[in-house]
Write a protein that binds this ligand. Structure first.
Ligand SMILES: Cc1cc2nc3c(=O)[nH]c(=O)nc-3n(C[C@H](O)[C@H](O)[C@H](O)COP(=O)(O)OP(=O)(O)OC[C@H]3O[C@@H](n4cnc5c(N)ncnc54)[C@H](O)[C@@H]3O)c2cc1C
Length: 325
C-alpha cells in the first residue's frame, strides 16, 4: 500500500538543515512505494529543490509568497495548510525544531488529526506507521500510532539517518503560490546574536561544560577541544546559572535536547535534568574529578580527573593524530 508522505524542509541562511534530509529518509522508509513530496518555503533558490531530490524527494513543491521569507506561525500555517490541501498526504513529517514544534500542533488540530511529536524512529509494522518516542525525560521509549486520518509527526534531529546523496536523482518541481491573509504578527527585523561555531541542536560532536569549569574563562580549554573536533560547545544549567555562559548553550530538561554521535561532559555531575537532554547521545565521555559522580552511570567512557589537566591533553592528542594523517 503506497503512502504519500509530505515533508517540510527547513532552511537556515539559505542552506537546507540536516533534519530536512532525515525527514526525507523517514518518509522514504514508510512510503512503501508511494510518493515522497518535499515542500520548501522562504527561498527562490532552485538548487535547494535539486538537493531535496538528491536526498530522496520524488516531487518538490516550492511554496511562494514573500511573507514566508521570515517565519511566523500565522504565515507558515496558512501556506502549509494550502500545500497539505493540494498534496493530500497520508503522513506529514516536520523536524522537531523550533519551527516544527510551533507549527505542527496547529496544523494537526486544523485537520483534527493525531500528532506524534519528537519521534526518534519510524517504521511500518503490519501496514501501520509506528513511531518510537522518548518519555519520562528519556528514561523509557513508547511506540505509538495514529488511529485514523492524516498522520502528523515531528522527528528529533540527529536520530534518523539521512539517505546517501544521489546526485543523479531528479524529479518534478511544482510552484505553489499561496495566499496569506490577515497576519496578526509580522517580522520587522531579525537581529542575529553573535554566535560562532557549530549549531548545538544539529552538532555531531558536543563538548559541554558544567559548574566544574569554575568561571567563564574555564570554557577556553573546552572551546579549544571543540575547535579541533569540529564540535559545538554546550553547558549544564549549573554553568548557565553561575553566569559562565549564555542560556542558549543549556542542555537538559529545560534546555536543548541533543543526540550527537559524541558528547563530552566536562565538570558536569549528571543531574537527572541534565541527563534528560543528552542521555540518548550515541557515545558519552565524562570527565569529572569525583569518581561517584552520577554522569559516570550513563557514560560509555569515564575519565576521573581534573578537567583542566585532562581536556588540554585530549586536545593535544587530537592535534598530533591529525598531523599524522
Ligand atoms: C525544574 C528543573 C529543571 C532543570 N533543568 C536543567 C537543565 O535543563 N539542564 C541542566 O543541566 N540542569 C537542569 N537543572 C539543574 C540540575 O538539577 C543541576 O543543578 C545542574 O545540572 C547541575 O549542574 P552541574 O552538573 O554543572 O553542577 P554540579 O552539580 O555542581 O556539578 C559540578 C561537577 O563538576 C565536578 N568538578 C568540579 N571541579 C572539577 C574539575 N576541576 N575537574 C573535573 N570535574 C570537576 C564536580 O565533581 C561535580 O560533579 C534543572 C533543575 C530543576 C529543578
Amino acid at each position: 500500500m503506497g503512502r504519500t508522505v509530505l515533508t517540510f524542509a527547513e532552511i537556515r541562511e539559505n542552506e537546507l538543515r540536516n533534519v530536512s534530509f532525515e525527514a526525507l529518509a523517514a518518509a522514504k522508509d514508510i512510503s512503501d512505494g508511494g510518493e515522497v513530496v518535499a515542500a520548501v518555503a522562504g527561498s527562490d533558490d532552485d538548487s535547494l529543490a535539486e538537493t531535496l531530490f538528491h536526498y530522496g524527494a520524488d516531487r518538490v513543491v516550492k511554496v511562494e509568497n514573500e511573507i514566508l521569507d521570515h517565519y511566523t506561525n500565522d504565515g507558515y500555517f496558512q501556506a502549509y495548510l494550502q500545500v497539505i490541501q493540494t498534496v493530500k498526504p497520508d503522513v506529514v513529517i516536520l523536524g522537531h525544531t523550533a519551527l516544527g514544534k510551533d507549527l505542527s500542533p496547529r496544523l494537526a488540530a486544523r485537520f483534527n488529526a493525531g500528532l506524534i511529536s519528537d519521534a526518534t524512529d519510524i517504521e511500518v509494522i503490519d501496514e501501520e506507521v509506528v513511531f518510537t518516542r522518548p518519555i519520562y525525560s528519556g528514561k523509557a521509549f513508547e511506540k505509538k500510532r495514529v488511529k485514523e486520518g492524516t498522520i502528523f509527526a515531528t522527528i528529533r534531529p540527529n536520530n534518523i539517518q539521512a539517505l546517501d546523496k544521489d546526485s543523479s536523482r531528479t524529479g518534478e518541481v511544482l510552484t505553489e503560490e499561496v495566499v496569506i491573509n490577515d497576519l496578526r504578527t509580522v517580522v520587522k527585523e531579525v537581529v542575529r546574536k553573535a554566535t560562532s561555531g557549530v549549531d548545538l541542536s544539529e552538532a555531531k560532536v558536543i563538548v559541554a561544560g558544567g559548574r566544574g569549569i569554575k568561571s567563564a574563562e574555564g570554557f577556553k580549554p573546552l572551546e579549544e577541544l571543540a575547535e579541533e573536533l569540529g564540535a559545538a560547545v554546550g553547558a549544564s544549567r549549573g554553568a548557565c546559572d553561575a553566569d559562565y555562559c549564555d542560556y542558549s548553550l543549556q542542555i537538559g530538561q529545560t534546555g536543548k535536547v541533543v543526540t550527537p554521535d559524541l558528547y563530552i561532559a566536562c565538570g558536569i555531575s549528571g543531574a537527572i535534568q541534565h541527563l534528560a537532554g543528552m542521555s540518548n547521545s550515541k557515545v558519552i565521555v565524562a570527565i569529572n574529578k569525583d569518581p561517584e559522580a552520577n554522569i559516570f552511570n550513563v557514560a560509555d567512557y569515564g575519565i576521573v580527573g581534573d578537567l583542566f589537566e585532562v581536556v588540554p591533553l585530549l586536545t593535544e592528542e587530537i592535534k598530533s593524530l591529525k598531523v599524522g594523517v
